[in-house]
Design a protein around this ligand. Sequence first.
Ligand SMILES: NC(=O)C[C@H](N)C(=O)O
Length: 328
Amino acid sequence: MNIVILATGGTIAGVSGSAVDTTSYQSGIVPIDQMLQGVGPLEGIAAITSEQIAQVDSSDMNHDLWLLLARKVNGLLRQADVDGVVITHGTDTLEETAYFLNLVVKSEKPVVLVGAMRPATALSSDGPLNLYNAVVLAASPEARGKGVLVALNNAINSSRDVTKTNTVLQDTFKAPELGYLGYLIDNQPSFYRAPTRRHTAASGFDVADVGEFPQVDILYGHVDDNGNLARAAVRDGAKGLVYAGVGNGNMSEKMEKVLQELQTQGVVIVRSTRVSNGIVTRNGAINDDANRFVAADTLSPQKARILLMLALLETCDPLKIQKMFWEY
Ligand SMILES: NC(=O)C[C@H](N)C(=O)O
């Protein structure tokens, strides 16, 4: 088995002043070669090559790095001598990079994102075992065809459904409503379910020739929202807006009027929710047919933004985009 590790930074490569300091440290310091020295047992699992793609805190992840990663991963997975890819990443935006790649990687071969909650210098750092498990997963036949996976803390999650649920604890990556895909314990991945939505080899999205994405902004719903930020985003060039509404993607009459007005100017409006569980149903709380809005299904606002960015490369038709939100 040949596994390539692409390193982008994060806490897994972080350094703190003291071994018991697990929140004030600098992310993205330790190079991947050095990180691998701490994971000796990997030798028995796969032949590893690695490349440092970036060295950032994942709050500084950006679309240019996404495009670079997508091309890199697609190029590697086209090679017959590469069996899978592991990407080390900060945990703050790991779920976004993972879902983006889930939509644009064109291969059935495993792609696994991994990070850590404790810096590399901490007592009981979770990085080395997480990295080891990610390589085990990427080298396993069970991970093929499951889309881009997220593996931390012995749990395997689908990139579509996973989210960071706790700011500081190691047990943070979960798919609270749809559940883990499986566990990875003692070198053995055990899958209990598989993603049903289109991804990777079955995805229609292709970013091979994309230079930049249409601007899509997220707005957070709250009581007495007067729509000023929505208008400002569009003045700033937004072609799409994701509204993290209340409840079932709901909003006040005042906000609905603002978004209707922006929709008639050609801006695509997706209704997601600030609630962490549940589905935003079409024509549920709000009449999407009449407003020409799109319902985000179970995608979180940050994942809805990614799907909308990719969708807008192909169409501005809200009904076609709605279909994508039901398929991906
Ligand atoms: N645990 C982490 O990796 C958090 C860090 N701030 C990052 O996302 O890069």
